[in-house]
Design a protein around this ligand. Structure first.
Ligand SMILES: Cc1cc2nc3c(=O)[nH]c(=O)nc-3n(C[C@H](O)[C@H](O)[C@H](O)COP(=O)(O)OP(=O)(O)OC[C@H]3O[C@@H](n4cnc5c(N)ncnc54)[C@H](O)[C@@H]3O)c2cc1C
Length: 389
């Protein structure tokens, strides 16, 4: 009997078009990314050439309509994130920071003119984007960011610091989130940032997870952007809910892809590796770990598939999205730990691909709302009682 990689026939839930897209992304990741990614990861170098190859697939811009975007349904959009992170989280984050966060902000909060101006070049990945919200002093408490945008004639003057944005050192368009003098929240598109004397961006070094994407440390000192670059439909933090609904659900899908990648590697290894004269997959304690991984994977697949149906109907709530992100990220983290364990010492080597996924799982657990923040959002919706501000 061949080892079972799809224990609850997840494949059977997909339409032929969704399956076809999934297979195309999988082929790219398996043939172009997997053989090359470890070298980038070890050097801590941005795997930009590998990510840019994704522009050949009809996936950039996700569910956004028009402006050369992919116009995917929610399951297909989720499958893209799944397939990227099944193989590598760094390429997943280069893509998601650009296509999900940056393009999503422009596509959902920009005016017609702004969308026409920026999205087509982003959809072809000629111009890359970054989404700069988090600050050194404001992580989970992003609603209280301290970066300021002072109006001066036909411009805004930006001052502040940003920390962690994916692609922050390489992007052509940075969306800087700041508060104006009236205290209103706004997204300001900073184009070709290197031209500004008051702008600096450097990679955050010494990191274990997602080493093949740059996360940036950014300073803005009297950086001027045209007033026309302020996203038209964002005046408060809650205006970002539509963007985060898409990107947070995307992280739930990426977590399931990561769990799948770990399960498949561990399963193949357990059936191949022999100790005490038998494949280690013949031992009950190893089988228990594989069953735990298969159960977590199957539950998570069904959860994100159902979430995508609700999103397709416009019926998904913030609590459901947070619950899915939190529980899928926890499943992925557990799957990565079990896979690492099943591979023994080999699980510590980049060669076997689990070590990289193991560290990626820690980032997935932390961004798009940490484990705790998503628990609190889901808990608030379940009980009707807010346990945090
Ligand atoms: C790989 C990666 C990519 C990222 N990409 C981006 C990006 O593109 N753009 C961007 O703006 N940011 C990005 N981030 C930043 C990310 O969004 C933040 O790391 C995240 O919001 C958490 O903030 P923090 O790390 O400052 O942790 P903190 O908010 O300081 O939290 C520290 C700990 O306290 C807990 N905590 C905080 N508040 C509460 C509470 N009320 N109750 C209980 N526990 C609480 C947290 O859960 C966490 O365990 C990225 C981060 C990573 C790792």
């Amino acid at each position: 009997m061949a080892p079972t990689t799809d224990p609850f026939d997840f494949d059977g839930l997909l339409t032929p078009a969704q399956r076809d897209l999934r297979d195309r992304v999988r082929e790219y990741m398996e043939t172009e990314v997997k053989p090359r990614i470890n070298d980038y990861w070890e050097r801590g170098e941005v795997a930009l050439p590998l990510a840019l190859g994704l522009s050949e697939l009809p996936i950039v811009g996700g569910t956004l309509r028009g402006y050369d975007c992919a116009e995917l349904d929610n399951v297909s959009n989720g499958l893209v994130k799944y397939e990227l992170c099944r193989v590598d989280g760094s390429v997943g984050t280069i893509f998601s920071s650009h296509s999900g966060l940056a393009m999503g902000a422009i596509g959902l909060l920009g005016s017609e003119e702004q969308k026409r101006r920026w999205l087509p070049a982003m959809a072809s990945m000629e111009r890359m984007g970054a989404f700069c919200m988090t600050e050194p002093q404001r992580g989970s408490d992003a609603a209280h960011i301290q970066t300021t945008a002072r109006r001066d004639g036909a411009e805004y003057v930006l001052n502040g610091q940003k920390r962690w944005p994916g692609n922050g050192t390489i992007a052509d368009l940075l969306i800087i989130w700041a508060r104006d003098e009236a205290g209103h929240f706004g997204g300001f598109v900073l184009e070709d940032p290197a031209q500004f004397d008051g702008f600096t961006a450097s990679p955050i070094c010494g990191r274990i997870a997602k080493r093949a994407v740059h996360l940036a440390e950014i300073s803005l000192w009297d950086v001027r952007v045209p007033a026309a670059n302020r996203l038209a439909y964002c005046n408060s933090f809650s205006d970002l809910d539509t963007v985060f609904a898409q990107t947070r659900a995307g992280v739930a899908w990426e977590a399931v892809g990561l769990a799948d990648g770990c399960y498949e590697i561990a399963l193949q290894f357990a059936c191949r590796r022999e100790q005490f004269g038998r494949p280690i997959g013949a031992f009950q304690l190893i089988q228990a770990k594989l069953v735990e991984m298969a159960a977590g994977l199957s539950q998570a697949q069904l959860l994100v598939w159902r979430l995508a149906q609700l999103m397709e109907d416009g019926a998904a709530t913030a609590g459901q999205i947070s619950l899915a992100k939190q529980s899928c990220a926890a499943t992925a983290r557990r799957a990565a730990a079990l896979a690492r364990e099943i591979l023994g010492a080999r699980g510590l080597l980049l060669d076997n691909h689990v070590a990289r996924l193991f560290t990626d799982a820690e980032a997935t657990y932390t961004y798009e709302g940490t484990n705790e923040i998503n628990l609190l959002i889901a808990g608030r919706e379940l009980t009707g009682i807010g346990a945090f501000e």
